[in-house]
Design a protein around this ligand. Structure first.
Ligand code: GRF
Length: 207
């Protein structure tokens, strides 16, 4: 199980995976960190842990070149599974296809609520607070051609309280993400995920 993690931001989810590998709870090798820009904090975390990095900026590239660069770097590092962790670019269809059933994303809400184009980062938590929902949460899902749409692997609810600010909600959700993402990856790494259309069965999964 050779994992590549794609991240555009600070990479706290990426860090939770590194920690899980280091404490033995995630039987995987994090073999690559990919970002779309060289300022991503995730890249520093990778370097600190001796994980190879690759910066591929799609701006100004034609889609076929972007696709080729991604596929090349993934095959160069023998990547068998991809985790998107705060990666803010659309993955080209040919890459989604190449990693069909082997690419997941984490979204900081209970999909299909508060998902889709433009729903990322603080936008999600602002929308949650404005709507006045009492529950939000986090979702790990397989990646398909549509934003935030693939089959759902894990979901966990998180309460929203009346005086919460979007950052209060963000922090509460992020905390849950850090538990949940390594757990989802462990299920894949140990062959305990069965995918049947939109139905995902977790075999022998403890909660
Ligand atoms: C997380 O909230 C994740 O759900 C979303 O982007 C954020 C990334 O945070 N897709 P970090 O870079 O992992 O700290």
């Amino acid at each position: 199980f050779r994992l590549a993690v794609f991240a555009s931001g600070g990479g706290s989810n990426f860090q939770s995976m590194i920690d899980a590998v280091e404490d033995g709870s995630l039987p995987a090798e994090i073999a690559l960190c990919v970002s779309n820009h060289d300022g991503a904090g995730a890249l520093d975390r990778a370097r600190e842990h001796g994980i190879p990095t690759s910066v591929i900026n799609p701006d100004g590239l034609q889609q076929p070149s972007f696709t080729r660069l991604l596929l090349d770097v993934l095959s160069e590092h023998d990547i068998t599974f991809v985790a998107l962790a705060g990666y803010l670019r659309k993955i080209p269809p040919a890459v989604v296809e190449a990693y069909h059933g082997r690419m997941v994303n984490i979204h900081p809400a209970l999909l299909p609520a508060f998902g889709g184009k433009g729903m990322y980062g603080m936008n999600v938590h602002r929308a949650v607070v404005e709507y006045g929902v009492h529950w939000t949460g986090a979702t790990v899902h397989l990646v398909d051609e549509e934003y935030d749409h693939g089959p759902i692997v894990l979901q966990q609810p998180v309460p929203v309280y009346p005086d919460d600010t979007p950052s209060d909600v963000a922090a509460r959700v992020l905390n849950v993400e850090h538990q949940m993402y390594p757990r989802a990856l462990r299920l894949f790494a140990t062959g305990r995920v069965e995918i049947d259309g939109r139905t995902v069965r977790l075999l022998d999964a403890s909660p």
